[in-house]
Design a protein around this ligand. Structure first.
Ligand code: ZN
Ligand code: FE
Length: 261
């Protein structure tokens, strides 16, 4: 895929495990390389080898094994700095750098801002490269869905998703799982006559039928077709049987509905 925004961040996909993506990031100006959420080491190492790239940083969004499983061998081989949420350092086998909400992080000349998004897990963070229009959000936001609410409240999930929805529309969403097709089917089941959902579901179906990934998406597309970002809309409240309910209650009902789907 390569390319990127004005800041010169190149992004490469590495499919790992069953349906995860790790992301290789390279600052083209300095040659600095990072991997985001390496749940498995071997495919990441193969992707580095194929490009002749070293590895300088390991960026982690949260402590789940499918996101950190590959860290020890990559750290041992490359001496890469392991960077993740300070709040979860104890659950991640130790970090070289612990980050908090609002912290700035640099990959060479590419600048990222850290967003704390407690909900899926207490410590979950995302990396937003504003100049490069790229968001690495782990399991906080999926295309047409979001991660399960394991350690937070519906109010926290709502607040986290509001922050992501407020990012510039052109921001590319590099989430950690290829769940879009299942999410599209679920959303269509709730709002079968929604034209934006119908169009996106058709697009997603066509991509998957050709064996192509759906990730990255874009924030503007998510605002239009991710029901978790549309909880203020009356038709979404009605679809979960809560007409007139507040957005936090709708968020809770949507999440519970998806958990049963
Ligand atoms: Zn997770
Ligand atoms: Fe995950």
């Amino acid at each position: 895929m390569g390319g990127g925004g004005a800041g010169g961040l190149r992004v490469e996909r590495v499919p790992i495990l069953r349906d995860n993506y790790a992301w290789l990031l390279r600052c083209e100006a300095t040659g600095t390389v990072a991997v985001v959420d390496p749940g498995e080491a071997a495919p990441v190492q193969a992707a580095l080898d194929a490009r002749g790239w070293p590895l300088h940083q390991v960026l982690l969004t949260h402590h789940h094994p499918d996101h950190i499983g590959g860290v020890p061998p990559l750290q041992a081989r490359h001496g890469a700095r392991v960077v993740g949420p300070a709040a979860d350092a104890a659950r991640m086998g130790g970090l070289d750098v612990g980050l908090q909400d609002g912290d700035d992080w640099r990959l060479g000349a590419c600048a990222a801002r850290v967003l704390a998004l407690p909900a899926h897990t207490r410590g979950h963070i995302a990396f937003h490269f504003a100049q490069d229009e790229a968001l690495f959000c782990g399991d906080a936001l999926f295309l047409m869905g979001c991660g399960r609410l394991f350690e937070g409240t519906p109010a926290e999930l709502y607040a986290a998703l509001r922050r992501l929805a407020a990012l510039p529309g052109a921001t590319r969403v590099y989430c950690a799982h290829e769940y879009t097709l299942g999410n599209a089917r679920w959303a269509r089941g709730l709002l079968p006559r929604d034209p934006a959902l119908a169009a996106r579901a058709a697009e997603v179906q066509a991509l998957r039928a050709r064996g192509e990934p759906t990730v990255p998406g874009r924030i503007d597309q998510e605002r239009a077709t991710n029901l978790f970002l549309r909880v203020e809309q009356p038709e979404v409240a009605a679809a979960v049987g809560l007409p007139g309910a507040d957005p936090i209650a709708v968020t809770a009902a949507l999440r519970a509905h998806k958990d049963r789907a």
